[in-house]
Design a binder for this molecule. Structure first.
Ligand SMILES: C[S@@+](CC[C@H](N)C(=O)[O-])C[C@H]1O[C@@H](n2cnc3c(N)ncnc32)[C@H](O)[C@@H]1O
Length: 216
């Protein structure tokens, strides 16, 4: 009922882009608004690079990134990385392992369904990389440069793998948003280890998502 009402509302002219994500996403409104602001900020500042998401599930926040690309700068690429088979197992680096294991296979979005969603919304120009990050990222292909990176992959290994391979490709002035910093212990640990305690973290929600800008 709630979703069918939202589907009707988002067809109305003038509805903000982030609302189009709502029927297909677990990402909260504040985080969708933050992604929107990142896309606008990098466009204003002419930061080069793609809009990239690691952690697609049913494709809602990915759809927002694709829509923002088309509205703000159609020359940018959109890249989406996922198993498209749901969450892989966590590891002993996830302190909340006992809870995390219950999520294995959940947050599943089929690649064909995401492609249909994008086509329905006139966003066919998207690059998909299917598989475990630990396998697909070392092998490539990877975007040459990144302006906005949405990291929504929950676990320590997943987040750390994305950071190792993609952070060097983030352009100066680019922004990385971590959906799970306050939600999953592994994401928090990966961010702390990778950036160190001095990292300048921008809080999106109290005890929730954060973003970091690459300054140089
Ligand atoms: C919380 S969901 C993403 C939610 C999504 N952004 C939305 O709009 O609702 C997490 C996603 O990360 C993916 N994922 C997590 N770790 C992964 C890994 N190591 N390799 C590939 N995909 C991974 C899962 O398959 C799942 O689709």
């Amino acid at each position: 009922m709630r979703n069918s009402l939202i589907r009707e509302l988002i067809r109305l002219p003038g509805m903000p882009l982030w609302m189009k994500a709502l029927p297909h996403t677990m990402v909260r409104r504040a985080c969708l608004l933050a992604l929107t602001e990142h896309a606008k900020a990098v466009t204003r500042a002419n930061v080069p690079g793609a809009f990239v998401e690691c952690g697609v599930a049913e494709g809602g926040s990915a759809l927002l990134l694709a829509k923002l690309r088309t509205q703000l700068d159609p020359s940018r690429e959109v890249w989406l990385f996922d198993t498209f088979e749901g969450l892989p197992p966590p590891s002993s680096d996830d302190a909340d392992y006992d809870t995390a294991v219950q999520w294995i296979g959940l947050c599943r979005g089929e690649l064909a369904d995401i492609q249909r969603l994008m086509t329905r919304h006139n966003e066919p120009r998207v690059r998909y990389v299917k598989g475990l990050y630990q396998e697909t990222m070392p092998a490539g292909p990877l975007p040459a440069s990144i302006a906005v990176l949405h990291l929504d992959a929950d676990w320590y290994d997943s987040t750390m793998t994305c950071l190792r391979h993609l952070w060097p490709r983030v352009s100066p002035g680019g922004r990385v948003q971590f959906d799970d910093y306050g939600a999953w212990a592994g994401c928090f640990k990966a961010v702390q280890e990778f950036f160190g305690p001095q990292a300048h973290i921008h809080q999106i929600e109290p005890k929730g998502a954060i973003w970091i800008e690459k300054t140089s």
